[in-house]
Design a protein around this ligand. Structure first.
Ligand code: SF4
Ligand code: SF4
Length: 449
């Protein structure tokens, strides 16, 4: 009886190496995230074992396969390990992550905004701010990390509240030796140099700005209340704060069938303006989450996944950091120590539920409730789902976006399910290049010593 077996999460892809006769094979494992290249003779041994149960004679090969999780002990239950990891992450008590809307007001009126119909200009009252601080205080004795994402509405419309609450959070974390990190999702219109300076002081070290393409597309969809365009002002803001922007500024480019042919224009403009090495553009799939968007415009996940890959390659963007990696749970919506806090003090699980009172799971004052909405997010277990438990993408997907699962389970699958082939056709070469560059730098450093 063999004491090892191949992982059920292995993927293999042919990888023709230029100028060499022997074809290599890429091995990728979704449970461990390992990527490896193996030579043809070794892959033959792998296949003989997989197809005919012939033991691998090459000890070194077997050792390496075990190291990467491509081969596991024969009694190792990979599904149980994934389930264990899910519970450990989901119910961990060592971290608190709050997405806070200091205001539900917004200066934009985007055509697809899920909050468009529910926008009431509520800004967080003094009382709610105090309730929020008291809510955080309850966690201080147990947590090691507190992360805040400033969200909205448009958070920069409530900069005074952000300053006040951040000061309180920083003080509490310093007193309890808790790591504090913060980020912001903004439309960028009010991201003036003065505000960028404030964000830096408040340790907000990651910002996401959303565009819908260059001006020709963006201004038709993301305009001010009243209709005025916003694209040029956002770019001017980024340029004016270039030297003080946080290290991570991601530019989310919402893409659909109407603007997909022109999304490269955004990258071109960012580079022309000298922002190429300051910001990281990426494509995001527009979804018709509140019927505010035309279904025919939205791409399907597989269609989007191909467009995204082509966009990355055409524009020479960094692909290496996008290696799919194992996740315990999908996002904050199904993690115990994570809440979305509305300006009125209501608590939610998911960003897309914000402001929909029926989806609230409690309040800052009374805490989270054991309500159906809470259970719907927290008790779903993808390892028990008939479709997911047999899916090789389970470790990197974990059943997909919980909100989508509740709204429309048919479209929840990860984009990686459709894009893995294209991704793996280039990733080994890029990783190899990156490793060579690192070695080169190391050698140069050694030579200087
Ligand atoms: S459940 Fe989906 S939509 Fe909601 S926060 Fe998580 S990833 Fe985003
Ligand atoms: S949601 Fe889809 S891709 Fe994700 S684990 Fe389930 S079946 Fe697989």
């Amino acid at each position: 009886m063999m004491d090892y077996k191949l992982s059920r999460y292995n993927f293999t892809f042919p990888y023709p190496k230029h100028g060499e006769e022997q074809e290599q094979t890429v091995l990728y494992n979704t449970r461990t995230g390992s990527i490896a290249l193996i030579e043809a003779d070794k892959y033959e041994q792998y296949k003989q074992f997989e197809e005919r149960g012939i033991p691998m004679a090459d000890e070194e090969l077997l050792g390496n396969l075990k190291l990467g999780g491509y081969a596991v002990d024969s009694d190792f239950d990979e599904l149980a390990a994934i389930k264990y990891n899910l519970y450990a992450t989901r119910f961990a008590t060592n971290a608190l992550a709050l997405t806070i809307a200091p205001t539900s007001n917004c200066n934009f009126r985007c055509i697809y905004c899920y909050e468009k119909d529910s926008i009431k200009p509520i800004t967080m009252s003094e009382q709610t701010q105090e309730d929020l601080i008291a809510f955080v205080k309850q966690y201080l004795p147990v947590i090691k990390h507190f992360h805040v994402t400033w969200y909205g509405g448009e958070p920069l419309m409530a900069m005074d509240i952000i300053e006040k609450l951040s000061a309180a959070f920083l003080k509490m974390c310093a007193e309890h030796s808790i790591k504090y990190t913060a980020s912001m999702v903004t439309n960028g219109y009010l991201l003036t140099r003065a505000n960028a300076e404030k964000l830096r002081k408040l340790q907000i070290d990651s910002i996401q700005v959303t565009l819908d393409g260059a001006a020709e597309d963006h201004d038709k969809r993301r305009f001010l209340k009243g209709g005025l365009p916003t694209f040029d002002r956002i770019i001017e803001n980024l340029c004016a704060s270039k030297d003080i922007l946080p290290q991570r500024v991601s530019i989310r480019i919402n893409a659909d069938r109407h603007n997909i042919d022109r999304v490269d224009n955004v990258v071109r403009i960012l580079r022309e303006k000298g922002l190429g090495d300051k910001v990281q553009p990426y494509l995001a799939m527009v979804e018709n989450s509140n019927d505010a968007y035309n279904d025919n415009s939205c791409m399907h996940t597989n269609e989007f996944s191909k467009c995204e890959f082509d966009f990355i390659m055409r524009n020479g963007l960094n692909i290496v950091g996008r290696t799919p990696s194992q996740t315990g749970n999908f996002c904050g919506a199904d993690r115990r120590g994570s809440f979305v806090v509305n300006a009125d003090g209501r608590l939610y699980r998911c960003w897309d539920d914000l402001g929909v009172e029926a989806c609230s799971v409690g309040t800052l004052k009374d805490g989270a409730k054991d309500c159906p909405q809470m259970f719907a997010y927290m008790l779903y277990d993808a390892t028990e789902d008939p479709e997911c438990r047999d899916c090789k993408f389970l470790p990197v997907c974990m059943g997909g976006c919980p909100h989508q699962r509740l709204q429309n389970p048919k479209i929840r699958c990860t984009g990686m399910k459709y894009g893995l082939n294209s991704f793996m056709s280039v990733i080994p070469e890029l990783l190899e290049r990156q490793m060579n560059e690192a070695k080169q730098m190391e050698n140069n450093g050694t030579a200087l010593d």
